[in-house]
Write a protein that binds this ligand. Structure first.
Ligand SMILES: [Zn+2]
Length: 118
């Protein structure tokens, strides 16, 4: 991979990371506010929103972990390698999902396996 391409990918990873962190900050502030304002009926709604928020945050947390991993791989030079088969992951795929750690065929295999367990 060319260093300019890698640099662009790294910048997009860093941008995604900070947007997730900002979102979490906003969510925290909103939750605090709605809990302070709520009477009994509103409190139920606020709790539901909070549950939704926790679910979203769980997803964000996983993406954050993947972003951190991708960034450390860029640092140690192993970025762009599939964790399943060690083949290089296609550049287009990396540009679309820079924090991915599997090539298309390994990802499809993993998805079909996880469907078997559902
Ligand atoms: Zn693979």
């Amino acid at each position: 991979m060319k260093s300019a391409e890698l640099k662009a990918i790294k910048e997009s990873l860093v941008a995604q990371k900070s947007s997730i962190l900002n979102r979490q900050q906003e969510f925290k502030a909103e939750t605090l506010q709605s809990l302070q304002l709520a009477d009994e009926t509103e409190q139920v709604v606020a709790e539901q929103n909070q549950n939704l928020g926790i679910h979203l945050r769980e997803k964000d947390r996983q993406v954050l972990l993947q972003i951190e991993r991708a960034l450390s791989k860029i640092t140690d030079g192993s970025y762009g390698e599939c964790e399943g088969c060690a083949d290089p992951i296609g550049l287009k795929r990396l540009q679309a999902r820079p924090f991915t750690n599997l090539c298309v065929s390994c990802m499809e295999e993993q998805e079909s396996q996880s469907q078997l367990f559902q």
